[in-house]
Design a protein around this ligand. Structure first.
Ligand code: 13P
Length: 414
């Protein structure tokens, strides 16, 4: 359908008749009455108004839906390896490696060339530097991933910034210039994108404040809209951190509230939900909550919250690991896929794990290439464990050597 480009008019002349408006709507466009056209300001700014379903207004519609379904399909999840250079530096420091471009590349090469990874992983999120990097032999990472059957993805936000007049709450940056960056990422082979919005719960100060929720969900919707226009499936990530001593009901309440704002915003910005993926936190109590809960309680609260908040049009919910231990992340995913309560869901209960797939592998490798094969085999086993859990079929011992240890880290701005 052709886009109609209306011209600016002064308020006093916007007198389209009801008949002309309804006639033009019947053709899917809006047009002012002829009297308005006579009073057009010559140098008017233009805007594009497109009424019509996504399939007729977005040239990438079919590809976007195909990509989203491909990533969310049964038995496959996402490897989140999009840590910024600064966060990657902190991870490398854990194993006494210097934060150089070469070390970042070596680390990502180990991950992406792990044999059989594509049997369990359907999408991989990269940081901008990584998207344009190649293996030591000069093969582009996007080609390595595509050969594994893994869709290349890109983190497009540029990090967090403090939200003034709130207590340690944040907004996510990166909307400026985003359409141009998305076009470059698509040209380089990226087919999906990620934007991380971060909110925290504070029992004393009432966080997340309405300001934080409104700002973060608005930015998620704008990002998702821009991504879809550029042919990238947006992963919408409204993360509520585990920082704090709040109980599980409090997390359930705020997760549901944030989801409600998120989908309201996505709808307002005409984001097509069948061509997008969600990446929320599971519903856990705060890391310092004195009352411990079972994996089954986490799964039940998570299912209840997602069933209330997420429209069935979405192909998949890809949970972040958020600091849960490797074993916890797998066990909870397994329950989401086996408990009766979750069976009515139209979307897949899936994973997009960073720490729960990487930390044990990094510790094993620690920069020593003699350990590379062993570290790659561990990554594939961890991916397989979560793939099995995604199908409700995980059993036996968890492959992670430090499986029960939490990977929690406090709120970081980069
Ligand atoms: P974690 O699984 O480590 O939480 O990371 C996932 C992610 O992409 C956070 O933005």
């Amino acid at each position: 359908m052709a886009a109609f480009v209306p011209v600016a008019v002064t308020p006093s002349v916007t007198r389209a008749t009801a008949a002309s408006v309804s006639a033009s709507r019947a053709y899917g466009t809006w047009a002012p009455a002829p009297v308005v056209a006579a009073r057009v300001a010559p140098a008017a700014p233009t805007m594009t108004f497109e009424a019509g379903v996504f399939e007729h207004t977005n040239p990438y519609a079919a590809e976007l839906k195909e990509t989203a379904n491909y990533i969310a399909r049964n038995g496959r999840g996402i490897l989140a390896s999009d840590e910024s250079n600064s966060t990657t530096g902190k991870r490398l420091a854990m194993v006494n490696l210097e934060n150089t471009e070469t070390n970042r590349r070596r680390w990502r090469e180990l991950l992406y060339t792990a044999p059989d990874l594509g049997q369990y992983i359907s999408g991989c999120i990269m940081f901008e530097e990584t998207l344009f990097q190649s293996t030591g032999d000069g093969k582009q990472f996007v080609d390595v991933l595509n050969e594994q059957g893994i869709k290349p993805g890109i983190k497009v936000d540029t990090g967090l910034t403090a939200l003034p007049r709130t207590k340690n709450e944040t907004a996510t940056t990166g909307l400026d210039g985003l359409p141009e960056r998305c076009a470059r990422y698509y040209a380089q082979g990226a087919r999906f994108a990620k934007w991380r919005a971060v909110m925290r719960i504070g029992k004393e100060d009432g966080a997340p404040s309405d300001a934080a929720i409104i700002e973060n969900t608005h930015a998620l919707a704008r990002y998702a809209q821009i991504s879809q226009a550029a042919g990238l499936v947006p992963i919408v990530e409204p993360e509520i951190l585990m920082d704090g001593d709040h109980d599980i009901e409090t997390t359930a309440y705020y997760t549901e509230r944030v989801l409600s704002y998120t989908f309201r915003a996505l709808n307002e910005f005409n984001v097509c939900l069948d061509a997008a993926l969600l990446k929320p936190n599971m519903v856990n109590p705060g890391n310092d909550c004195p009352t411990k809960v079972s994996a089954e309680e986490v799964a039940k609260y998570t299912i209840q919250t997602m069933m209330r908040g997420v429209p069935g049009a979405m192909p998949g919910i890809h949970f972040l690991s958020g600091g849960m231990s490797d074993a916890e992340a797998t066990a909870n995913l397994q329950l989401l896929n086996t408990l009766e309560e979750g069976k009515r869901a139209a979307f897949a209960w899936n994973f997009s794990y960073g720490r729960a797939l990487q930390i044990a592998v990094l510790k094993l490798w620690a920069g020593d290439d003699a350990k590379k094969d062993e570290a790659q085999a561990l990554l594939t086993q961890l991916a397989r464990a979560n793939s099995m859990a995604q199908q409700g079929k995980f059993s036996g011992a968890h492959p992670s050597p430090g499986g029960a240890e939490r990977n929690w880290q406090p709120l970081r701005l980069v």
